[in-house]
Ligand binder design. Structure first.
Ligand SMILES: [Fe+2]
Ligand SMILES: [Zn+2]
Length: 487
């Protein structure tokens, strides 16, 4: 059953929206209820609850509690004669997107997220207003449904009006959540079948001044966890320049930009001719590097040294399906690690008990990070006695899945083809070799990589909120929108 996965690697996140545009499902009956309701939305504080109509209340009660986990590709377009219905009470504003879908926002949340120039600096994108000056029981004096968004007037000595674009409210809806928060998180997980068409960009594309090719390169890396770059001049200088297209090179105990042979110049197995099983780098760091770029510059007088890539998310998905108990153990038990081959350095992660092999997002529960290098593992002196054998069984199963022919993608790299891998997801290794092999490469921090990808996405793949708010006044100052969903 594990073989059948090779040709059709499952998708971890579907690129398809899970539901049709919610604007298309409005009923006529609801529209007329809504237009009646809209006329009465300027209540004074203290009487707001009475304005929650029966129609709205029953619609609110029908709101599905299951969060949508997929991002609609287009947000419902709000048009002047069909504005979202709103209802308010002492604590919250409720917005009806259609007869079934309502979002509720707490008054204090809305006031805290005002993005007027008095409350939010248009250039620095930092909060100016003190959250702690907001009365905990703040209630709007007026709430209006406008074409641009929700307009809220707050009680204060001088009138304070906040505008929240509809698309921004949909994106940030938390009661209930309406979408996945990051459209870039459409990962494509893969097994050995990836060899048929591995993601590749050309050096020319990656270096082109308009950055479009760089966006393609980083998007590939984000979706597949790796990308080849072909046609790179086989020199350390060109490879270093290529690495710096993404962001600052991260200097470590191995130096800044590496250019090395198998002479054990550094105290690590990477600097030998030995085979290396699939692993991630820097398990001994609190913050393992985000990307690793490497480039074989030459290999003379010998053979071997094939590169191994394994999608840790793919293997984890198999494990979760076939061995859920193993998956759970690997998600919970921290693994200590060390880098101790250099006399001048002795690295351990903080906390020293380390991190589990499989790390998850604490909010969504999604798999975020694979950390695995059995060679760098330190003493396991923190296991409950009755977990010792279970844990060894668990890593044996993990190892078996990692080394399955269905998981392993072997490729014999040639000078001129560099590869970048997401070190939080893809495990890499190599076969043993003889002769003289010269490699070069660099680490890039996860934050630098993600930052560059976001900046390029603003330009080349603006999300639905950026698209919907671009025409609002005073939105884009200093080249960045105040409604950017990363803020
Ligand atoms: Fe490595
Ligand atoms: Zn404000």
């Amino acid at each position: 059953m594990w073989k059948s996965r090779v040709l059709a690697p499952p998708r971890l996140f579907s690129a398809q929206p899970a539901h049709a545009s919610i604007a298309t499902r409005k009923s006529n009956a609801f529209r007329s209820a809504r237009s009646l309701h809209r006329a009465s939305l300027s209540p004074a504080a203290g009487t707001l609850a009475t304005h929650l109509s029966r129609a709205a209340a029953s619609a609110a009660a029908l709101t599905p509690r299951t969060p949508f986990t997929h991002l609609p590709q287009t947000l419902p377009e709000v048009v002047a004669d069909d504005l979202p219905i709103i209802s308010v009470d002492q604590r919250k504003v409720a917005i009806g997107w259609d007869t079934r879908t309502w979002s509720r926002f707490h008054n204090i949340w809305l006031r805290d997220h005002c993005r007027c120039p008095k409350c939010f600096h248009t250039i620095t994108k930092q909060r100016l207003y003190s959250t702690f000056d907001i009365p905990s029981d703040i209630t709007p004096i007026r709430v209006e449904s406008k074409i641009e968004g929700l307009l809220v007037t707050w009680p204060s000595t001088e009138p304070h009006v906040s505008l929240y674009p509809w698309s921004w409210l949909q994106w940030n809806s938390y009661d209930p959540p309406l979408h996945a928060k990051n459209p870039l998180e459409e990962k494509i997980i893969w097994g050995s079948g990836i060899q048929q068409s591995p993601p590749t960009v050309t050096y020319e594309e990656a270096m082109a001044g308009d950055d479009r090719g760089l966006f393609k390169w980083l998007s590939n890396t984000d979706r597949f966890g790796f990308s080849f770059i072909s046609g790179v001049p086989a020199t350390p200088e060109a490879t270093e320049e290529l690495s710096q297209r993404i962001g600052f090179i991260r200097e470590t105990q191995y130096g800044r930009f590496w250019d090395f042979t198998s002479n054990l110049a550094k105290g690590d197995t990477a600097y030998t001719t030995l085979a290396l099983g699939a692993h991630t780098d820097n398990t001994y760091f609190t913050d393992p590097c985000g990307l690793q770029l490497f480039h074989l510059l030459s290999h003379v007088g010998g053979t071997g040294g094939a590169t191994l890539l394994v999608d840790g998310f793919y293997v984890a998905s198999i494990l979760k399906e076939l061995h859920p108990e193993t998956y759970k153990l690997l998600s919970e038990i921290p693994v200590p690690a060390h880098a101790a081959g250099e006399p001048s350095a002795l690295y351990r992660p903080s906390p020293p008990s380390g991190y589990p092999v499989l790390g998850h997002d604490s909010v969504s529960g999604a798999l975020r990070q694979v950390r695995w290098n059995n060679d760098d593992r330190s003493v396991m002196n923190h296991l409950e006695p009755d977990l010792v054998e279970k844990w060894y069984d668990a890593i044996r199963t993990w190892h078996r899945c990692l080394t399955s022919p269905d998981s392993e993608y072997w490729v014999q790299l040639q000078p001129g083809t560099a590869v970048v891998v997401d070190n939080h997801r893809i495990l890499h290794g190599r076969s043993a070799f003889d002769g003289r092999r010269r490699m070069c490469g660099a680490y890039i921090g996860v934050d630098e990589y993600q930052s560059k990808l976001r900046v390029l996405s603003e330009r080349f793949a603006p999300d639905a909120v950026l698209e919907a708010t671009v025409h609002l006044p005073d939105t884009t100052v200093g080249g960045r929108s105040i409604w950017n969903t990363a803020l």
